[in-house]
Design a protein around this ligand. Structure first.
Ligand code: SAM
Length: 579
């Protein structure tokens, strides 16, 4: 690749593109493309950047394997390759990690989601490094371990760790040194960067950070890396929680941390506890959701009543957002009604975040509160000395309240609510829950999901539906007027936002759901009963890219209006799932 001629080729569609061509064929007048995705046959040193310590002028220089200067060519062969040959022939006399990536079995080539045939196919941790750098890194780490003062030892280990991946075969031979974050991509041409120089540079950069840390004169803190589902802290004792949980399977933290952890001698067998979607390890979306539920329930347990939790979440799809909301609600949290959006705009972004249009460019923060016990006291007083009719009436009222706030709940949830409110006032009675439920609500079967986003095919026994409950139309009508006004007001705010967004971003066809959701959650204080995703199709059109746009003609506007008046959109969606 290093010697290839960069020239112009054409794509299958006939468009021009840059290609690498074989230099030998090129000399003979033939254009032979060297495909960067073709099978690799190893790497050989081709260029060296040297520094003379014996007063040469100039003191820095470069020489290449086919250098036009004969002396440089000779030095390259004799000294540069000679040194590498010497290193290759010897055994490294220091410890370094030889772990199989992710401890995958020997006969399983693909060790994880981040494994790629050809571009990320190293097998063991040490294979990520050239032998020269492996030796230097191991030697320096051995010396660092001998530092007696634990604070200095930790600080320098931290510095060493921060440059570890820059010193791997992932670093490209480009003008700007670096590697693709969030992957283990091994480029065609890598640069074997000088270990000592890189470390010294980093050390200088870190000095100001250490000075700032030293100025903090408290040691009253604890850093724990325990499983978020089981934190050794007493209940109701924490004043505030900031949490940045894993985003389903989007970032493979466990796999991406493996190299660091192996070098640092940490436990590298914790991955069963990882909250993640990872198909190689058989961790499904459902597992992720269940583990997130446990972690959020743990946060709820620790937090003092009335105190806040800030959840930072990187939304990649409406599905996971809806799920996060459910998880937080199920854990007992109430959502903040702030009117400003909070974001964390992280400076360093992964390759994906920079190049892909569809992913969110910022992390959204939503605040949740653990309610105080008194807040949960039901508004309906059940005294217990009422007769059967009043008792039934009150259960009906609880169901109605609950389904108004949580349309589409499953029967067990509704029953739990009834039981919990009854039991809290000590007046639970035996009653025919099913028949009371049916007087106010109706059942709608929704499909079982194969994963978070795909429907499961019906199985042979035909059991493929979850029963969800909605207030009967007659009950809904009672609320309809106020509810319609709420939806109308929300749609107006969303419409104005889409209009502004489109004028500020000419060329875009619509606005991504996550942007609408951010705006909605913070600007619409009096939220309609239905979820935003259910309201959007009643007012706006979905583009081919899956974004949302305003109606673009009178006809389109009229069509939506008509559908709303008839209440079609809402009802059709609810009943379609039954067909
Ligand atoms: C979104 S990241 C947090 C990143 C962090 N805020 C930062 O800026 O570096 C989620 C983190 O949760 C960790 N994680 C995954 N499963 C966990 C578990 N069971 N307990 C605690 N942390 C876990 C992941 O390894 C990852 O480091």
């Amino acid at each position: 690749m290093f010697d290839c001629i960069e020239t112009q080729g054409i794509t299958a569609q006939g468009k021009p593109r840059k290609i690498n061509a074989c230099p030998h064929c090129y000399k003979k007048g033939k254009m032979e493309e060297i495909n960067t995705r073709a099978e690799k046959f190893g790497a050989v040193p081709v260029l060296i950047s040297y520094r003379c310590e014996n007063g040469c002028k100039p003191p820095h220089g470069k020489r290449r394997h086919n250098d036009p200067e004969e002396k440089k060519r000779e030095y390259f062969q004799t000294y540069d390759l000679g040194k590498i040959r010497e290193i290759e022939a010897k055994k490294i006399p220091y410890w370094y990690p030889k772990d199989r990536m992710m401890h995958a079995p020997e006969d399983q080539e693909c060790w994880g989601v981040k494994w790629r045939a050809g571009t990320s196919n190293f097998r063991t941790v040490d294979e990520l490094f050239t032998k020269r750098n492996l030796w230097a890194l191991a030697a320096i780490l051995a010396s660092i371990k001998n530092i007696e003062n634990p604070i200095i030892r930790d600080a320098i280990t931290f510095c060493w760790n921060s440059v570890l991946l820059n010193l791997s075969r992932m670093t490209t031979n480009r003008d700007r040194l670096g590697f693709l974050k969030g992957t283990y991509y091994l480029p065609q041409e890598c640069r074997c960067t000088n270990v000592w120089g890189t470390l010294a540079n980093k050390f200088r950069m870190m000095i100001s950070g250490w000075k700032a840390i030293n100025a903090i004169d408290t040691t009253d803190l604890m850093i724990s890396t325990s499983d978020a589902r089981s934190i050794p802290i007493p209940s109701n004792s924490v004043d505030y929680i900031f949490t940045d949980p894993p985003y389903a399977g989007k970032e493979q933290y466990g796999e991406l941390n493996f190299v660091w952890e192996a070098w640092l001698g940490f436990d590298t067998h914790w991955h069963d506890e990882e909250i993640i979607v990872n198909k190689i390890r058989g961790k499904t979306e459902e597992d992720w959701a269940n583990m997130m539920r446990q972690a959020m329930a743990e946060c709820y347990r620790l937090l003092k009543p009335g105190r806040w939790l800030s959840l930072c979440y990187h939304d990649t799809s409406e599905g996971t957002w809806a799920l996060i909301q459910d998880i937080m609600a199920e854990s007992g949290f109430v959502v903040d009604q702030a009117d400003v959006a909070l974001f964390i705009d992280t400076g360093q972004k992964s390759y994906n975040q920079k190049v892909a249009d569809k992913v969110n460019k910022r992390d959204l923060v939503i605040n949740f509160r653990k309610p105080k016990p008194g807040e949960l006291i039901p508004s309906i007083a059940i005294t217990g000395d009422e007769d059967k009719t009043t008792f039934t009436e009150k259960v009906r009222q609880i169901i109605q309240d609950y389904l108004e706030a949580n349309p589409g709940s499953t029967k067990d949830r509704i029953y739990d609510e009834v039981v919990s409110r009854m039991v809290r006032c000590g007046q639970m009675e035996a009653h025919d829950f099913d028949s009371i439920l049916r007087t106010v609500a109706e059942e709608v079967k929704t499909p079982v999901m194969k994963n978070l986003f795909e429907k499961k095919e019906p199985d042979l026994s035909g059991t493929h539906g979850i029963a969800r409950w909605y207030l009967k139309e007659t009950q809904l009508d009672i609320f309809d007027e106020a509810e319609s006004a709420r939806e109308e007001a929300a749609a107006q705010k969303i419409g104005a936002f889409i209009k502004k967004f489109m004028s500020e971003n000419p060329g875009t066809e619509g606005v991504h759901y996550s942007d609408l959701f951010e705006h909605y959650i913070y600007t619409v204080n009096d939220k309609p009963r239905r979820q935003l995703i259910e309201i959007l199709p009643d007012y706006f059109y979905k583009t081919e890219q899956g974004t949302w746009r305003l109606p673009c003609s009178e006809e389109e506007e009229e069509a939506k209006r008509e559908a709303r008046v008839k209440g079609l959109s809402r009802r059709v969606k609810r009943y379609l799932v039954q067909l």
